[in-house]
Design a binder for this molecule. Structure first.
Ligand code: BGC
Length: 999
């Protein structure tokens, strides 16, 4: 038998993915009746796997007909058949078919159809799954039908995969013969007597398990989970202390909602949560946060009154098996539970938040149990939700329908209507009795089910959610969608969802060859960055914890622009635009904040929700020693947020050339930020400079500082941008400027003030000898101590290190990069000696108290060519959530959840750091520095309307330009400039020192 790794799966269509046998049978039967030929279902069985001509030959049973009559008969039968196919729909997919195709794709395998049918494409279209396949070989592809190997060989050739690396899934004896003849691995679907000669045999498509056919490639990450196939994270034990973190890590989501990776039977105490975007509500008078809505995927199984479950609080017995898997390729959560006692041998569940229909979640559980077992299944809506800060549902109303359940509610503060709906369908069992169980905020259907003869009970549930911010009638929409989705069935929903994910991965994926663990870690981060992003809307932010829970209020920080947007700008610029439009739509909130604090212009909120008003409370943390609330000034002093947004707009416009955005929105933001800066600065007569006084830079441990270099330099770019845009609009688009002047009350005098502030904004120069930049005025005079030594002074492990009384305040220990952050925001500002000296100075003084910290050092280290150190920092940063080792509630404030900025930063480190990509104004620069073990790094990048695929090693860069590119893309590799026209490919090789070898 050929051995793994296999790279492709070729699927027969009929009998494997769908069942058209009945339609064929009816067609043949009609022909046979018309021709007076003997034919019945048994005779039909013998036609499996035969071509149309061969089937007719068999049907004629030796009767001689001339070739024209023969051809006419074939056409007639086909006509009958095709007529009946018109009625085909996704409902004709065989159970497990889509899951199998998707499993193959998730493993990175190519997939093809190898079907003798000339109608294969038509059938695939009717099933709505054509897009899933990389190639289709059908009855028109080759002359000789199965059992000749030709068709499968043709499919392999179309895929570009050698036959020995292909698996064939077939239900016909002739098909298995063909696969064997082609030198492929044959998996037979059907009875022993028909396909028993295949390498592997299963009764039905649903039973085909690629893990049995292939050895999965798995690796453990540290002491944490196992990763497999470049896409899957496996947690194979249950630790009650890790319930919160694993539920966070195994999140499924789609930018509209996030559903935590808990078990279907768990309740709010196990942090079950479905966090929905655009549902801000302030229930306790302090924290405005997104709502966790009722869980409409609740499902609990019982046998004779005993729950079949893993108790979140309890340690699992050695003999019980519990495995949880997160498949990031298709955003699916799986749980495999094998209780050690009782009639249920295995419970295999999976769920996903649909990327195709964002208001929908689907869950399927397959229960393998002794036939005849009676199970009680409680399925429905659990409205006792986990909520961090108060009860957001002042009112909740159950709705019971025969085919669906629903819960309608209004939020406490704002009265926003929200509805969730639930529908369930059962296969493989008979419902003996059914009742509704309704309690305070709970609504269930309780089913008494007898497991059918083949011992497999399947429960499919759908959950839908809408709020009054999405639709006019949330209840109606949720019920409608739940019904539609339940009718379509899990597999069909999965197929649509998978196609949507593929379109995303096509652009977002970053492939690392040679290091499987890193590959999976990287994709895990990209996955979380994607599902946190409201790709569908332009009025919503990317929350610092995404939609993984309510922490950080579902709101945006500077994280959004500085950590997350670079990935989107360079992969899906339209998504980056949406997020920047959100900043435009929330300008009024920023204006209100500025006015409240006595400034003009737009002072963006440190924590920004839907209106842009400041959500960050004055008292953020609590002192664990005294219990007193701590007055932090993240909200009113962390002013770099405004210039950060302006700098990001500048970068977005340069990378995309989106002049329309400037005119419609960008200029207004830039002007309002400049206005704010001009109001914020202090002019000091004695030195003739403008200064930044009393602020907080990125290093949050040091509040109330002056002239923070990062904030100064970001402000300088923001002011320059505003002046330039003003002048540009005045010369090129005076009407746009006039409108803005009128709207904002702008004058030339104000523009001149910005120019003056820009000209006289104080400059902090690197020290001429040491090249060091002082993080803020007086920083170098603070106690110089290492974070490790400083830690010794802690009285409690959860003490807050920063302002006003934390242990770091009077020392040089910083929470995260501050000066070094500038080398990322403005990579061209300083020379290498300055970057290197400051990197070396600040890194040992950084405590990495934020997940934002290590990835940024990694990026700078990679660009400096310090690859081993960069890799170490990168992996540590990229595994904060995967290893689930951070404390979710330091100082008593829950800040658990996925660290979305760190996720976005992994893209930056991989592509901009190790990949060495710089997007310059008129060209791309690429200087790869790949860690040892990374053979190649492949990614795509969008640049001014063009798309290019980059494939790099340490000695070569290959660039492939998309055929639809409107222009050439210029590339600079180690000083060598080449231009790549649309559809062309170009390769530049160099030696490790960067010397060009060939072109
Ligand atoms: C970091 C900030 C960051 C925030 C949200 C804080 O711990 O210091 O830089 O914006 O978390 O991620």
């Amino acid at each position: 038998m050929p051995s793994a790794p296999c790279r492709a799966v070729i699927f027969d269509l009929d009998g494997v993915l769908t069942e058209t046998a009945e339609y064929h049978y009816l067609g043949w039967q009609r022909l046979a009746d018309e021709e007076g030929l003997a034919f019945d279902r048994q005779a039909n069985e013998a036609l499996r796997g035969l071509s149309r001509g061969e089937s007719l030959q068999a049907l004629l049973g030796g009767r001689e007909v001339d070739p024209d009559t023969f051809a006419a008969m074939m056409a007639r039968k086909n006509g009958y058949y095709v007529d009946s196919l018109q009625d085909m729909s996704p409902a004709d997919l065989l159970p497990g078919a889509i899951s199998l195709v998707i499993d193959a794709k998730r493993r990175g395998m190519r997939v093809a159809i190898g079907s003798s049918s000339k109608n294969a494409r038509f059938v695939l279209d009717k099933l709505q799954i054509t897009g899933l396949f990389d190639a289709i070989a059908d009855g028109d592809s080759v002359e000789r039908a199965k059992p000749a190997p030709d068709l499968f060989l043709a499919a392999a050739e179309l895929l570009g995969v050698p036959p020995a690396d292909c698996i064939v899934i077939e239900d016909a004896a002739a098909g298995v013969d063909a696969a064997l003849a082609a030198g492929m691995i044959a998996v037979g679907v059907g009875p022993q007597e028909r396909v028993g000669h295949a390498h592997h045999r299963c009764n039905t498509t649903r039973d085909v398990d690629l893990t049995v056919v292939l050895q999965p490639v798995e690796e453990r990450v540290g002491q944490g989970p196992t990763v497999a196939d470049g896409w899957v994270v496996i947690d194979d034990h249950h630790d009650p202390d890790q319930v919160v973190n694993v539920a966070t890590s195994h999140l499924t989501g789609n930018g509209y909602l996030g559903y935590r990776g808990t078990l279907p039977e768990w309740r709010s105490d196990a942090t079950v949560g479905c966090t929905v975007s655009d549902t801000w509500d302030n229930a306790d008078g302090k924290w405005a946060e997104l709502c966790n809505v009722p869980n409409a995927l609740y499902c609990r199984l019982e046998h004779l009154g005993e729950a079949i479950t893993v108790d979140a609080e309890a340690v699992l017995s050695d003999r019980d098996l519990l495995e949880r898997r997160l498949d990031v390729r298709y955003g699916r959560q799986h749980r495999i539970f094998g209780p050690s006692t009782g009639p249920v041998a295995r419970l295999v569940g999976e769920r996903f938040a649909s990327m195709d229909q964002r208001h929908l979640l689907a869950q399927r559980q397959r229960i393998f149990a002794t036939p005849g077992t009676r199970l009680t299944v409680t399925t429905g809506i659990d409205g006792q939700v986990w909520s961090l800060n108060g009860d957001h549902f002042a009112f909740m109303e159950p709705h019971i329908h025969e085919d669906a359940l629903a819960m309608r509610m209004n939020t406490t503060e704002r009265g926003l209507p929200i509805a969730v709906a639930h529908a369930v369908s059962i296969q493989g069992g008979t419902v003996q009795a059914e009742r509704i169980d309704q309690k305070e905020r709970e609504l269930y259907r309780v089913l008494d089910i007898e497991v059918g003869g083949d011992g497999l009970l399947v429960i499919e549930q759908v959950m839908t959610v809408h709020s009054g911010n999405d639709v006019d009638y949330p209840l109606v929409s949720s019920l409608e969608l739940a019904r539609e989705a339940a009718a379509a069935g899990y597999e069909v929903l999965l197929a649509r969802h998978a196609l949507a994910w593929e379109a995303l991965w096509k652009r977002i994926d970053v492939r690392v060859t040679g290091d499987l663990a890193t590959q999976t870690v990287l994709r895990y981060n990209l996955y979380h960055a994607v599902i946190a992003t409201p790709m569908h809307a332009d009025h919503l932010p990317i929350g610092a914890r995404g939609l993984s829970c309510q922490a950080y209020q579902g709101a945006a920080f500077w994280d959004q622009e500085v950590f997350n947007l670079p990935m989107w700008v360079h992969t899906f610029p339209e998504v980056a635009r949406n997020v920047l439009v959100y900043r435009h739509k929330t300008l009024d909130g920023a204006r209100r904040k500025a006015a409240r604090l006595g400034y003009a212009g737009a002072y963006y909120a440190w924590i920004s929700g839907d209106t842009g008003d400041e959500l960050c409370p004055d008292f953020f943390f609590r002192d664990v020693l005294t219990g007193r609330p701590i007055r932090n000034h993240f909200n009113d002093w962390q002013m770099h947020i405004s210039p950060d947004i302006a700098v990001t707009i500048d970068g977005y416009v340069r990378a995309t050339g989106d002049a329309a955005f400037v005119a419609e929105r960008g200029a207004e933001i830039a002007f309002e930020v400049a206005r704010f800066l001009a109001a914020f600065v202090h002019y000091r007569v004695h030195d003739g400079h403008y200064h930044l006084v009393r602020l907080l830079g990125p290093d949050e441990y040091h509040e109330n500082v002056d002239d923070n270099v990062f904030s100064l330099e970001q402000s300088r770019v923001a002011l320059a941008e505003a002046v330039q845009l003003y002048d540009l609009l005045r010369s090129d688009h005076p009407e746009v400027l006039r409108a803005l002047e009128e709207q904002l009350g702008l004058t030339d005098a104000e523009r001149d003030l910005w120019a003056d502030v820009l000209a006289r904004l104080v400059e902090v120069e690197p020290d001429p000898h040491t090249h060091l930049l002082e993080q803020f005025r007086g920083y170098f005079a603070l106690e110089d101590i290492s974070p490790e030594d400083l830690r010794e002074r802690l009285q409690h492990p959860d003490e807050y290190w920063g302002w006003p009384n934390g242990i770091a305040v009077h020392t040089q220990v910083t929470k995260q990069p501050d000066v070094v952050q500038l080398f990322i925001s403005q990579p061209e500002l300083y020379d290498r000696a300055t970057i290197e000296a400051n990197y070396d100075y600040y890194l040992p003084r950084t405590q990495h108290g934020s997940s934002l910290s290590r990835p940024m050092y990694a990026l700078v280290a990679a660009r400096l060519g310090r690859v081993a150190e960069a890799e170490r920092l990168f992996l540590r940063g990229a595994t904060v959530d995967l290893l689930a080792d951070s404390h979710p509630a330091p100082g008593g404030t829950f800040i658990g959840g996925i660290h979305i900025a760190a996720c976005g930063a992994t893209w930056q480190v991989a592509v901009l750091g190790f990949g060495g990509l710089h997007v310059r104004d008129d060209h791309l620069e690429i200087h790869p520095h790949l860690p040892e073990g990374w053979e190649r790094l492949q990614y795509g990048v969008a640049v001014r309307g063009c798309w290019v695929d980059v494939d790099a090693s340490n000695t070569e860069v290959v660039l492939t330009a998309d055929p639809d590119n409107p222009a050439e893309v210029a590339l600079d590799v180690h000083g060598q400039r080449v231009a790549v026209a649309a559809g062309e490919r170009c390769s530049v090789s160099f030696d490790l020192g960067g010397e060009l070898v060939t072109n």
